[in-house]
Structures are given as structure tokens and as C-alpha cells.
Design a protein around this ligand. Sequence first.
Ligand SMILES: Cc1ncc(COP(=O)(O)O)c(C=O)c1O
Length: 291
Amino acid sequence: MIVYLNGEYVDESEAKVSIDDRGFLFADGVYEVAHVYGGTLFEWRRHRDRLRHSLEVVRIRGVDLDELDRAADTLLEHFRAEMARRNEPADGSLYVEVTRGAHPRAHLFPDPPVRPTVVMWIRPVEPIPAELVERGVKVITVPDDRWSKVWIKTVGLLSNVLAKQYAHDRGAFEAIYVRDGIVTECTSANLFIVQQGTLRTAPVSNYILPGVTREVVLEIAQEEGLPVNLTPFGVDEVYTADEVFLTGTLTEVLPITQVDDVRIGTRAGPVALRLRRLLHERAGVLKRSST
Ligand SMILES: Cc1ncc(COP(=O)(O)O)c(C=O)c1O
């Protein structure tokens, strides 16, 4: 695999970052994950805008976003060629991370600033099995013990990692974060419920990551004339919802059929499946899964 690292294209085995890198020492960095469908980036503009915003709020300066666009194009070219050579679909995930750079460990920002570390690569992804989509997944609830700035897409994801592993160890696909009785989101996806035909998801605040897929699904809902309610809701409303589903760049729209010990329907709900199909249409995926 080819990796973009600080302006160079190197083989994965050559892509090395300093032990003084502040991403490594302090999780002092931000990132994005974008979906590549059939060799093309989906919603790159939105991911790029969110990255620019993340960089601004954590005050990492000196990153040329146009250069990142060019790097993405170059990596896409490599990726398409490699997947064609393997005779596999060019479906992947683009990962880009920017840290405050390498400097002997001290909490204060390096002064004068050092060059940010910028890495980007594209790896193949498998589609979520159709059978899983149709059956729906189980999720569990956990206390939201994250900091109060989760809207910044930082690489500081230890809470998310621990919560996802906790869910996995209990046979669940994801963990729903609950803060003061209010549902925020999941460890790597946003959460939606359907109540009598109305879509609900947590409003944008400092307690959720404003997901690109969440935004796209809300746009699709508007186009389709589906009512949307963006007021906060609690766990009881999830338990009694007609449908529950996840949204995320790689998760896409994924139906949930069990939350803790409560069954939500017996199989994937029609609204989730419809939104999933419409998301796939937007992404130019016509016949990748049976849904
Ligand atoms: C905590 C969290 N919430 C929500 C999302 C979904 O965001 P997006 O749709 O932009 O992938 C992610 C994605 O990684 C995430 O990590």
C-alpha cells in the first residue's frame, strides 16, 4: 500500500513517524475517514470542511488542504489501479490524520510551531454482509464518559475504543452513549430512531460528532418528505421506537434490532432499509448488496 506522508508517497513499510510525534504522545491530532465507492470519494467536500474546522479549533496551522486534495487524487489513482489488478471492486476507506507534529514532549504547543505530521492512505473495505443488514444488529447502552468536546474529530478515542470493545465482548455490534439519561451517539456512528414515521437523532451539540452520513441521511429524509425531529431523547424512547439504526461513513445505514435486552422488531425496519438504499444511490452503488 502507498502512503502519503508529509508530502511524499512511500510504501507502507517506509511510512515512519517520530516517537516525539504529538499524535503519539498526546493524541494531539485530528482525522477523517471517507468512503471510496467504486474508486470515487463520497462526500469528500464535507469531510474536508470538517477537517478544516477541526484543524482550526485545535489550532493546528500550516496544512495545505489543496495539497491534501491532490494527495487524495493520487492515492485514488493508485487504489483504482491496484484493485483493478486484483480484479476486485475499488471500494475502500480513505484515512487522513494531521497531528501537531514532532517535538520533545511538553504540553505547551511547540514554539515556534513545528511542521504538522500529515498522513493519508486508502485501504480496501468489504461491504457489510447483506445478511447482517437484513437481520439487524444488537447494541448496548453505556455511560457517555467522554470529554465535552466530542464534536471535534480528534484521534483521542480511548473511551470509544473501550466502549466498543465492551460491547463486542457482550456480543453487541456497537455501544450507545448515554449522558444524563439522554442518548448522544455511538462509539463510531450516530444513532437514529423512528417513531410513528418521524426520524429522530440527537441535535448537533458539543456532545456528538456531527456525522457526514447523519447530515446526508437528514438531507435524503427531507427530499423524501420524511418528518424529522431533532430534539434530545432518552433511552426509553429508543426501547419503544419502531426502528433504530446507525449511520456512519463505513457503517452507512445499519439497522438495529436489539438494544440491551429489548427487541426492536424482528428484522431490519423498512425506513432504515429505504434510507440505506437511497444512500447507496447517492454514492453510485447500484447493485452492491441485495438491499
Ligand atoms: C463518535 C462518532 N460519531 C459519529 C460518527 C459518524 O460520522 P461520519 O458519518 O462522518 O462517519 C463517527 C465516525 O467515525 C464517530 O467516530
